[in-house]
Design a protein around this ligand. Structure first.
Ligand code: DHB
Length: 315
């Protein structure tokens, strides 16, 4: 008999901001419209993360642009969003839910980011997540793969942003890249790293019809879901070992079950974001994963998220 079934603490703190639970949506997943954002507010999500916003409203790429398949998803949404002005007006109304609001900032050029950051300051989000890793805009490479462009941009943003800033990074596949990025982010002084965005420019086919499954970019798109979990865990772990003492990590990628959340925490994540599972299962996913995570922590003898963070053993 467990006398304290609710005694496990799923809360977390990122950059001094308290999150009632460590689970939140990944930017992009069910967070574009006013209705999406309020649904996140009403749900068990531990925070509300907005869709990455740009100066102008965008309708995004032509459809079909999101397809899930056994093991994952492919998307090339093309940054559909309401524009920063609309989010700036929406954010204050989300305060009623008493959970942190994370504004995700994107752009097609550096000045877009700076304009958005300056405007969004007024709405007083708790954190800003600077998206350096959108893979889906034709002709616009992911900034996070260009160390110098990333540093230049982040230094300018740092000097303008009022809330603590973090970065949403693309996956890296070589320790040299983790090290270079970690050094740069330390120099800039970002408060958190969200790792990882989708694995960019994958290709999914329908062999029966001999076609690609999404329309933009000849079928190339960001891969998410279960199949990217090892890449996500590796990035969380690599950054945790390099900078975990002074930069917190939000783990994203491949989370479908409480076990997946637990694995992100063991690797060093302080919180975990849901992408594909949230798109497929809607906000009900938060409650299920909360329960499953609670079961894992209880089974492994941990009483809180903080207690198991980074506790992965090496052989
Ligand atoms: C989109 C996809 C991303 O992975 C991202 O970081 C930003 C935008 C998109 O296609 O809308």
């Amino acid at each position: 008999m467990d006398n304290f079934p609710n005694s496990i603490d799923l809360s977390t703190t990122i950059a001094g901001v308290y999150f009632p639970t460590c689970l939140m949506n990944a930017s992009g997943a069910r967070c574009v419209t006013q209705q999406d954002l309020h649904r996140l507010g009403e749900s068990h999500a531990g925070a509300i993360v907005t869709k990455s916003m740009t100066p102008q409203e965008r309708s995004g790429n032509p459809e079909p642009r999101y397809v899930s398949f056994p093991g994952g998803s492919i998307n090339s949404m093309g940054l559909p969003n309401l524009g920063y002005h609309a989010y700036t007006e929406l954010i204050p109304d989300l305060r009623v839910y008493n959970k942190p609001i994370v504004a995700s900032i994107a752009g097609l050029k550096p000045s877009d980011f700076l304009e958005a950051v300056t405007a969004v300051n007024d709405a007083k989000p708790d954190l800003m997540e600077i998206n350096l890793s959108c893979p889906n805009i034709p002709g616009k490479p992911q900034i996070g793969y260009d160390l110098h462009a990333s540093e230049d941009l982040l230094l300018k943003i740092r000097d303008r942003a009022i809330p603590p800033i973090g970065v949403k990074l693309p996956p890296y596949f070589d320790p040299v890249h983790h090290e270079a990025m970690a050094d740069m982010l330390t120099r800039v002084g970002v408060a958190f790293i969200s790792a990882i965005n989708s694995v960019g420019n994958g290709l999914v086919l329908d062999a029966e019809t001999e076609t690609v499954v999404i329309k933009p970019k000849g079928g190339f798109g960001g891969i998410g879901g279960r199949i990217i979990k090892p890449v996500a865990l590796a990035n969380v772990r690599a950054f945790y070992k390099l900078v975990g003492e002074h930069i917190q990590i939000i783990g994203t990628g491949g989370v479908e079950t409480g076990q997946d959340v637990f694995e992100h925490l063991l690797c060093g994540a302080s919180a975990v974001q849901l992408g594909t599972v949230l798109v497929n299962e809607h906000v009900e996913a938060f409650e299920r994963l909360e329960r499953e995570l609670m079961d894992w922590l209880r089974k492994k003898g941990y009483s809180s998220v903080a207690e198991c963070r980074g506790k992965l053993k090496e052989l």
